[in-house]
Ligand binder design. Structure first.
Ligand SMILES: [Zn+2]
Length: 334
């Protein structure tokens, strides 16, 4: 873990911006780059390493959707169950716990990427009839750390051999949450048509800051705004023929955005974020705030944290460079 200089205070400056503020209202250091950017595109480096070195907590905007008319959401939330969890050390040095969920509405394996040791899944921890301690440890329902010879899922009796790191007490803050929809092209195949890979890296970076109390990326398997990879590739061809993202989807007879967030709400509830706990939601999309809260505001978003594209933040020095990404971002934030 990187060291935290003791003088760093988590910067939190709520600003009286309305929920409908656009990304362009945020004071960026530079204007968006011109459209003539070098074609020299190198695939994204390992996750998290391409992001700026700022260790400051992100800026939040308070939100209150209690008076807002709810969007059309399904009346009942899906049922979800975390079936397995495992510790994953990452290339940035931060550790996370990958939680795999099953549910009663689709056959996909949705994920919760959990940073910090304090966030636990209720459905994972619940005892299962007839299971042994070994069963519990294999499915990840243990406290502390696994080590060879451990026999109890609940008590980690082994004294630590390595010297303990000095404990830096993080300032308690509302947990940071990102709802991220799968994007094979942007996250795995180095696509510069969208900024999904960059956003995933940035969310992980913010949640593993030394000053952070952790957070969760809910990773939903809804490729291409919910239309699937095959249809997304057709949409790309339409975009090369002159349509923007939204028009291309409509031409393919898909809704402009077919994503839904009920599963995310259920997963957040399972991870203990229901009721008054409140979350800080990392998003540029104000409509997503109310959708994530669920039909009866089962989860409450207290603050919204904007995600400014790296290329805008750095005047084009970092981030994704391509003709396509600029059109994409223009459509996305407008
Ligand atoms: Zn993408």
């Amino acid at each position: 873990m990187p060291d935290l200089p003791s003088h760093i205070s988590p910067v939190y400056s709520p600003r009286p911006l309305s929920v409908s503020s656009r990304i362009s209202d945020y004071d960026l250091d530079h204007d968006p780059p011109n459209s003539t950017i070098s074609p020299a595109f190198t695939p994204p480096s390992t996750p998290g390493t391409g992001t700026p070195a700022s260790r400051r907590e992100p800026r939040s905007t308070p939100v209150d959707t209690s008076l807002q008319r709810p969007p059309r959401l399904l009346e009942t939330l899906p049922r979800v169950e975390c079936v397995v969890r495992a510790r994953i050390p990452t290339v940035t040095g931060a550790e996370m716990f990958l939680h795999l969920y099953q549910n009663n509405v689709d056959e996909k394996e949705h994920l919760a990427i959990v940073f910090g040791p304090h966030i636990r899944s209720k459905s994972l921890d619940d005892p299962r009839p007839g299971e042994t301690e070994m069963d519990r440890m294999i499915r990840g329902a243990y406290t502390g750390r696994l080590h060879p010879g451990r026999t109890s899922s609940r008590v980690d009796s082994q004294p630590r051999s390595a010297p303990r790191e000095p404990i830096v007490k993080p300032t308690p803050s509302t947990p940071l949450v990102r709802i991220h929809s799968e994007c094979y092209t942007g996250e795995t195949a180095w696509s510069a048509r969208c900024d999904c890979g960059e956003q995933l890296d940035e969310a992980a970076r913010l949640m593993s800051l030394p000053s952070s109390t952790g957070g969760v990326i809910i990773y939903l398997r809804q490729e291409g705004r919910g239309i699937g990879l095959g249809e997304k590739l057709k949409a790309y061809n339409l975009q090369d023929l002159g349509s923007d993202t939204v028009e291309a989807n409509l031409l393919l007879r898909h809704p402009a955005d077919a994503r839904s967030y009920g599963l995310a709400t259920s997963m957040l509830l399972d991870l203990g974020f229901g009721g008054d706990t409140g979350i800080r939601l990392l998003t540029n999309n104000p409509d997503k705030v109310r959708a994530v809260e669920g039909p009866n505001r089962e989860v409450v978003v207290n603050e919204r944290v904007a995600m400014v594209p790296l290329a805008w933040k750095t005047g084009g020095r970092k981030g994704i460079h391509s003709e396509e990404i600029e059109g994409y971002l223009r459509t996305k934030v407008s």
